[in-house]
Design a protein around this ligand. Structure first.
Ligand SMILES: [Mn+2]
Length: 603
């Protein structure tokens, strides 16, 4: 088992832990066998907590069975009645979506669904800098100018009391579809479809704005010819918004994830196919993480760079040529956004360089779409809350980010008398205020942002970085059967522990630095080689040498290239050979990880 070779090579950068396999009851073993799972796959699932027969059915069964009846949405009947009236009267409709990836994908869902009902549908996305959050008066003007008598909002509108009233005064009805928390006074909308309504009996309130839009599409198309499958085919859009909004991938969201991923991998719509190509992601390799770091930022980039319409046009594109052109434009916006973020980050870092440790507040004439990203990086740099203020236009807008233990939203709340608007969470919040109050605000806010010393010292904030491995195997056991056994563990949401394998006893062949701060590796097992890439680990190119015998902590992927398929390792960490054997030799490990589980499967 353990490699007898010399123990040298790099120390691991992380502390590795092998996840103990969960208990496999005879009933689970039987159900898993019936579902075609191997014993190893069953143990791996049990290790991740899927250890009951019902859990297994929900995890692997038909995702359509996990979707709830859309008629349970609050105001479903009122919405259907108003849309039926719009169809009967050949009314023109305006869909109003928020400018982020959740709002944009939700907008594309409802524009598609309403258009397929034969309605004349226009759309409007508010400018991030000029129109802000909520239904905008500009959109109402536009609806009036275009003769549209019904506005349907997506991912926004629950707080738009004045705007809904303004629309009504001009003879325009509003249907709100949203997932944001509701204020005490609700807008007088024809329908207010929000699963967070106090009187809502909808079974799962974790839907994102695009998820609510997806459910509304199911509701609208339920009785149309070919309507139900057409509604399900919109799950690819819904999952992008769901991931971008960091909604939990559980319950109905997980069903949307499975449906959406299948569609993205097998038959991506033209706009998404073009966006994947621009991001360099092959459709069959799309997973939730790639949606989070490749698709969502590109959809957001247009809005951040002052061009909100491109992303919506892209999502609605019906031909590949148009889609490719729009995707290229968004990709350029994304690069521009990255460059601009880097420049602004340099400016902001310089502004705080000489300040003592602790919370900071910096100002600059920066785009509102970027200050949140900059605040996040500053907070990371300094391990302390950071507030970044955009001073380009009155009122000033601020974005705050902080490490665990921060109380950002509460600090803003305590200064509410100075603020025009504020909101958010403990670790991410925002506000807006007249420039004149800045000196007073700064003086009051900074002490409120300080994290108490006892919190700062807690291991949750400063603890060692760990890698949680789903299993450890010998180098000879790495094959397509292993990849196949790992597959049922997904889809994994960004931020959740990824599926990692510890591989014992590989020999380093070629190792070289790759562009972008990565290391490319060739790892040998006997006469065979495995290709590996270690993203963000340029240190490995220096610390590894040919001939080193190592253990690796890695993701296992299948790569298609030139008509061939091969296993590829996405290496997270490297340790000297024997490191994994040492972990497994801890007393009691075998019992927890193997013996009990195997006995269960046998019984
Ligand atoms: Mn949202």
């Amino acid at each position: 088992m353990a490699q007898a070779g010399p123990v040298h090579g790099p120390r691991p950068a992380f502390e590795w832990t092998v996840r103990p396999a969960g208990p496999v009851s005879p009933a689970l073993a039987e159900a898993a066998r019936a579902a075609g799972l191997s014993q190893r796959a069953t143990r791996l699932l049990a290790g991740r907590g899927i250890s009951g027969v019902d859990d297994l059915a929900a995890h692997l069964g038909d995702p359509r069975a996990a979707l709830h009846d859309p008629r349970l949405l609050p105001d479903a009947a009122a919405l259907l009645a108003r849309i039926a009236r719009a169809r009967a009267g050949a009314e023109r409709v305006l869909v109003f979506g928020d400018f982020d990836a959740d709002g944009l994908t939700g907008l594309a869902i409802l524009v598609t669904a309403l258009t397929s009902l034969g309605l004349d549908v226009g759309w409007h996305v508010p400018a991030r800098d000029g129109e802000g959050h909520g239904l905008s008066l500009q959109a109402i003007d536009r609806a009036a100018a275009e003769g549209r008598s019904l506005i349907v909002t997506v991912d926004t509108g629950s707080s738009s009391v004045a705007e809904v009233a303004a629309a009504a005064a001009r003879g325009i009805d509003v249907i709100v579809t949203d997932h944001h928390h509701l204020p005490p006074v609700l807008p007088a909308a024809v329908a207010l479809v929000n699963p967070h309504r106090r009187d809502s009996t909808y079974p799962d309130a974790r839907l994102a704005g695009s998820g609510v839009a997806f459910k509304v599409a199911q509701l609208l198309l339920a009785d149309e010819p070919d309507g139900p499958p057409a509604a399900l085919a919109l799950a690819d859009l819904a999952i992008i918004g769901t991931i971008a909004d960091v909604a939990p991938i559980a319950g109905e969201n997980r069903a949307i994830a499975r449906l959406g991923l299948a569609r993205l991998r097998e038959a991506p719509r033209p706009g998404l196919a073009a966006l994947l190509a621009a991001a360099g992601v092959a459709p069959h390799r799309v997973d939730l993480e790639r949606i989070g770091f490749a698709l969502a930022p590109r959809l957001n980039a247009g809005g951040r760079m002052g061009d909100v319409a491109t992303a919506a046009h892209l999502l609605l594109a019906t031909d590949a040529a148009t889609a490719a052109e729009l995707a290229a434009r968004l990709d350029a916006s994304n690069r521009e956004r990255r460059d601009l973020t880097a420049t602004i980050l340099d400016e902001a870092r310089a502004a705080v360089a000489d300040l003592p440790p602790g919370p900071v507040m910096v100002t600059g004439p920066w785009p509102v779409g970027i200050i949140g990203l900059v605040a996040g990086r500053l907070a990371e740099d300094r391990a302390a809350p950071a507030v970044v203020v955009a001073t380009g236009a009155e009122p000033w807008r601020a974005s705050a980010r902080g490490p665990a233990g921060s109380r950002l939203a509460a600090a803003f709340e305590a200064c509410a008398d100075l603020l025009e608007r504020h909101g958010g969470h403990p670790q991410a919040a925002g506000c807006q205020f007249p420039a004149a109050v800045y000196p007073v605000l700064r003086e009051r806010l900074l002490p409120l942002l300080a994290i108490p010393p006892d919190v700062e010292a807690s291991p949750a904030v400063t603890g060692p970085r760990t890698l949680l491995l789903d299993l450890a195997v010998d180098a000879s056991e790495v094959d397509y059967r292993l990849l196949h056994d790992l597959d049922p563990l997904g889809p994994i949401a960004p931020g959740d522990p990824e599926v990692l394998v510890g591989i014992r006893g590989l020999v380093v062949g070629r190792v070289r630095a790759a562009t972008g701060g990565h290391t490319s590796l060739v790892l040998r097992r006997g006469r065979e080689v495995l290709d590996g890439i270690a993203f963000g680990r340029d240190d490995l190119a220096l610390s590894l040498s040919e001939g080193d015998v190592v253990d690796v902590a890695t993701r296992l992927e299948s790569r298609h290239f030139g008509g061939f398929e091969s296993l590829q390792l996405e290496v997270r960490d490297v340790a000297p050979a024997g490191y994994l054997a040492g972990l497994m030799a801890v007393p009691g490990f075998e019992e927890r990880a193997g013996a009990v589980a195997v006995a269960g499967v046998g019984g």
